[in-house]
Design a protein around this ligand. Structure first.
Ligand code: SF4
Length: 101
């Protein structure tokens, strides 16, 4: 499967992952960006791949589609578990989320 690269305004492709150990299962992310986040049967949120399959490995990473960047960033900001991490693909630096500078 090829990785779909998307370029936000600054030209950097971004990706997102969830730390399921901290997820509260409230589902806010899945409300904000259902194309990217979904609750699995274990009650925790996981990211979806580019073809919308649920990636059930903990800490799985998926590209952030540019049209959904705002929704994904809002999810990271509102996430009560502070466990949504958005980082640059190129150098893995977190740009939105609890570890962002
Ligand atoms: S918003 Fe955060 S804590 Fe809530 S379900 Fe999504 S990842 Fe889990």
């Amino acid at each position: 499967m090829s990785v779909q690269q998307q370029t936000p305004d600054d030209g950097e492709a971004l990706e997102v992952w969830i730390d399921q150990d901290l997820c509260t299962g409230d589902g806010i992310c899945a409300q904000y960006a259902p194309e990217v986040f979904e609750l699995d049967i274990d009650g925790l949120a996981y990211v979806k791949g580019p073809d919308e399959e649920l990636l059930q490995d903990r800490g799985a990473t998926t590209p952030v589609p540019l049209p959904l960047l705002t929704d994904v960033v809002d999810s990271a900001r509102e996430c009560p578990g502070e466990c949504i991490h958005v980082r640059r693909v190129s150098d893995k630096v977190e740009v939105y989320g609890p570890d962002a500078a």
